[in-house]
Design a protein. Sequence first.
Length: 350
Amino acid sequence: MMFVALVIAAVILGGMLFIGMVLLIVGIVNRRKEQNKGKRFPTACIVAGGVLLGVPVFLAAGLVVESVIAAVRTTTEYEFVPDRWRNEWVTDDNQAAQEAVNALLFSADKGDRDGFAGNFTPALQQSEGFNEALDAFFAAYPVGLFQCELEGGVYVGDDSYDAGHVVKESSADYQCRMNGEWYRIYISFCYRNTDEPDEVGVQYFTLMNLGAAAVFDDGASRDPHYGDGVYLLCDIRSPEEVDARLIDGQPFLWIETGSTVFTAEEMRDILAGHERLDDPEVSGKIGAANVLEKRYNNTAYHYYYELASENGEPRYAYFTTDSPFGKILSAYVCTPDETDYDKPLWEEEN
């Protein structure tokens, strides 16, 4: 019902803006005409248009002011974000995620260990090993991330309602770049628990650069329990430690094979008329894959091969097969940030 009411309100305000603009323009145009001098009609249109335009503008300005006041109130009344969550009605997963991440990165940039820790649940703060995890996080943390623009957002939310008992939990996945380095931030949190307020707060927070994220994803793809027990982590791996690439926005461990690097068109020609990746006429030309991925909970196999770059940007051939280097299910070109699904490298012949 609230959503419907907001939609109706938006339609009404939009209509007022439109009608107000029309009346204002009509009034101004007619007022300039010689035959309308001294007539009330143009002035009435201008006044009516101004009023209709003014109401939505006034309301929008009020919302902006209220948002600023709320933000100031949050920073002055509450020492930590979970304190606000316990005392004010918060319903938006994205807002809660952004509040928590901003508070953690702001404290970490300042080196404020206590300010950082205060955003976690009391249960975690009092748990064995929390102080050691906190020390390790700050020792590895790359200062400056609070100033970076975060991309991504809420990954999944979990709400529970039972006769007035409310539990609201969520998690979010963010990516950002600083000084050319790619980072991933993952956070999970509880921002409402009517029965146990001490369970409100950040439950999990990890920060990894490209190399560390590639190692983690590789382990998690093969073992569903990989990383269990970790709730606070800053893991930074150097290129000397881990060779990794960002492909389609995801970090992968990279294997340098020395195979011939083809253009996308050359790869398309090689694949034409073939159905399997292990076909000698295919495998003999393209060589070994630079990335191999097989998730424990998926029957498909995924392979990535380096292609010739375009305009200085890396390109990769992405294959999905039904078995190890088996029947090709799909093949596309990837950049570091996305996959081009419009121009497949391979299509099954009818």
